[in-house]
Ligand binder design. Structure first.
Ligand code: PMP
Length: 460
């Protein structure tokens, strides 16, 4: 793996932080023309929310037009695995660009999509032998939900048309995915448009009572799942979970025991298990796929984000040969008549193949383990801050809750971190780290140090 270069030395201790620069030209035009995601736009105009125009990226760093740099400690919304402007992924995309940029995937195929499908299936031990593509995570979840329902319908059980999700779950923001989500911030305004899933208890390890382990909490949550299934399984198509870490719901972490039990219960009661590994896939939890830690396989596996190393929009749903077989028929209507224009885009598939090559050639998972230990140690001052609660860590994800009643904490911390050259976006009062896998030790130390400084400043 290429070690990330740190082009500027870290600021020496005590040196003052340069004034905040917001690139007035591009940000002004952007505020006029671009409707930014997940943003109350007025905060950019009259509030304290900075808008930063990025000119280029290199390794873990983003550079604005004034030459200021920001350490991308959230991998640009959890997508970037091997840094910005990665030489090997760049080369693969450039090579593909001169061959074939895109072709319709209905009635046609191409080498990158075939190779990617074969390699992804192999990575599941060929238990999930068929790949269906889309462009973003939400579409993948929609596909898995539709496929699950349609499988039961093809098997003569159309009444299995409800879904189960976990408390605090997040699976995207289209109407179908909001219906299986449980984050009020994104969901409540659209409640009249949704067909909500039933929510069962989350195995959130923070719920452990004195003397209880995370596995005990997982067993308790699984008992809640079982009592619901016992009564309602005939109307339920699938349980959807984010394995091991529930991301947008607050970086909720839980024991693999829950997944083991959920798999058994799904089998016992005849419902599908959908693993949404859009965030946790590709090494984020320490194994290539998070569900591997429970030694189970889902019926549907949703992947996106890190799939292309954070380069191009691509998502995929992998499923079993037996699900595939229920659609394989003379009757057209038994087929899965679902499509997106850019399904299986060759450039995105080449980026994904280059990403898988890096995993294989650089022993990434093995390298991440000692890094994670070192970074956990570096975060000790943050974990020990008097207002820090529930410091937790799974693989290459770290999170800590901050005990504060300040409704502006999130924005304050975000600004303070940016002023210290670090991009961190808390979820409410939860600060989390999800860096690319290429941080060197100096960058890791800088990140940990600046995060504590930003916390102190935000709470001051
Ligand atoms: N599922 C999970 C677990 C996610 O974290 C996300 C995105 N944060 C999605 C689904 C939706 O993916 P996208 O934003 O690409 O639609």
């Amino acid at each position: 793996m290429e070690p990330a270069k740190s082009p500027l030395p870290p600021l020496p201790k005590g040196e003052s932080i340069p004034a905040f620069v917001t690139n007035p030209d591009w940000t002004h035009r952007s505020r006029a023309a671009v409707w930014h995601p997940c943003t109350q736009m007025k905060q950019h105009d009259v509030g304290d929310l900075p808008l930063i125009a990025i000119a280029r990226g290199q390794g873990a760093w983003l550079y604005d037009f004034a030459g200021r740099r920001y350490l991308d400690a959230i991998s640009s919304w959890w997508v970037n695995l091997f840094g910005h402007a990665n030489r090997r992924i760049n080369a693969a995309i450039k090579d593909q660009l001169d061959r074939l940029e895109h072709v319709i995937l209905a009635g046609f195929t191409h080498a990158p999509v075939v190779e990617l499908s074969e390699r992804l299936a192999a990575l599941t031990g060929n238990t999930l032998g068929h790949c269906f593509y889309a462009s973003d995570g939400s579409s993948a979840v929609e596909i898995a939900l539709k496929m699950s329902f349609h499988t039961w319908r093809n098997q003569g059980q159309p009444d299995k048309n409800r879904f189960l999700c976990l408390a605090d779950s997040y699976h995207g923001e289209t109407l179908g995915t909001l219906s299986v989500g449980d984050v009020a911030l994104y969901k409540d305004a659209y409640a009249p448009l949704l067909r909500p899933a039933k929510t069962v208890p989350s195995p959130d390890a923070r719920q452990a009572q004195p003397g209880e382990t995370a596995a005990d909490v997982a067993r308790r949550a699984a008992a809640g799942l079982e009592s619901h299934l016992a009564e309602h399984h005939e109307s339920i198509a699938a349980l959807i979970v984010e394995p091991l870490v529930q991301g947008a719901g607050g970086m909720v972490m839980y024991d693999p025991e829950y997944l083991r039990r959920a798999r058994l219960l799904c089998d016992r009661y005849g419902i599908h298990l959908i693993c949404d590994e859009i965030m946790v896939g590709f090494g984020r939890t320490g194994t290539l796929f998070a569900h591997e830690q429970a030694a189970i396989r889902p019926d549907f596996l949703c992947l996106s984000k890190g799939l292309t190393g954070g380069y191009l929009p691509l998502s995929v749903v992998l499923t079993t040969d037996s699900v595939y077989a229920t659609f394989y028929d003379d009757a057209v209507m038994r087929g899965f008549l679902h499509s997106h224009s850019y399904t299986g885009n060759p450039l995105a598939c080449r980026a994904a193949l280059a990403t898988l090559d890096i995993f294989a050639e650089d022993a990434v998972l093995e390298r991440n383990r000692p890094f994670a230990e070192r970074f956990t140690a570096l975060l000790e001052p943050l974990a020990n801050h008097p207002q820090a609660r529930h410091f937790r860590h799974t693989g290459m994800i770290w999170a800590v809750d901050i005990g504060t009643a300040d409704p502006d904490f999130r924005l304050r911390f975000y600004r303070e971190a940016l002023q210290r050259e670090v991009l961190l976006r808390p979820l409410g009062t939860t600060i989390y780290f999800m860096p690319p896998y290429i941080l060197n030790d100096d960058e890791a130390a800088l990140l940990a140090e600046r995060a504590v400084e930003a916390l102190k400043a935000a709470l001051a």
